[in-house]
Design a protein around this ligand. Sequence first.
Ligand code: HEM
Ligand code: HEM
Length: 221
Amino acid sequence: MSETPTRVWDGPTRLFHWALVILIVVAWLTAEEQMTVHRGAGYAILGLLAFRVWWGLAGGSTARFSNFVRGPAAIRRYLSESREGTAGEHAGHNPLGALSVLALLGLVALQVILGLFAIDEDGFEGGPLSDGIDFDLARQIAEWHELSFRLLQGLVVLHLGAIVFYAVRRREDLVRPMITGVRRFRGQVGGLVPAPLWRLVVGVAIGLAVGFAASRGFRLG
Ligand code: HEM
Ligand code: HEM
């Protein structure tokens, strides 16, 4: 059967994804001993998230929230069509995958925000906003920061599980498109509508500004 190569992910979305993966691993590996690197990775992640929100509003079509966030009815329909094998192919996240995308983005955001207020046991190392709050509260937040990381780990395992499921049961490789941007469909599928370059420039500026501001504890001067 002939397959049509179709562009599904734009460069910025792919770069966002792999940079996020690398930075989360860096934050994880440096959480105990190398707080400066740990915080730096966190600021960069916050910048990436700010970029992704912008890109979800103004980026390429498959990255847009309005194109993949769907209500419960659409998810139910997708599930029953998948079971019957009648779900159509489409570029971008499917209605169910969209839920995990939102959960992953939301939990990473929570992780970073809690980190900004967290402090270690001795009060030596903390996030840039930890000095503005009570020590006990900052310690409590540090506990939540650890807890939310356990949740994030669980969600990433599910994320990888879903990808393995698609590879094994559906014989669909989702990873290669996240690297090359191109996916092969059996039929004709409307592909990515890219965003103009100026939107990328604005998004990068927003990401850099947010990451930098966070590193200064959102203080002027
Ligand atoms: C996605 C990004 C992040 C991840 C995955 C992450 C992960 C973690 C983990 C797993 C710990 C617990 C280490 C332990 O076992 O004691 C930790 C501690 C900590 N993190 Fe993060 N973190 C992130 C972002 C941040 C940010 C942005 C900040 C602040 C700018 C921050 C500040 C801290 C502090 C101060 C601690 C020490 C808390 C303590 O000793 O109890 N983290 N982080
Ligand atoms: C820290 C670990 C990870 C996090 C937080 C994460 C997060 C995400 C997010 C937020 C998206 C949505 C992309 C977007 O629209 O912006 C996504 C998609 C995706 N991720 Fe990950 N990811 C992680 C690890 C991985 C790894 C290790 C792989 C590959 C082995 C992977 C493969 C994919 C693929 C293939 C998609 C596209 C799924 C689709 O076709 O709908 N991810 N990931």
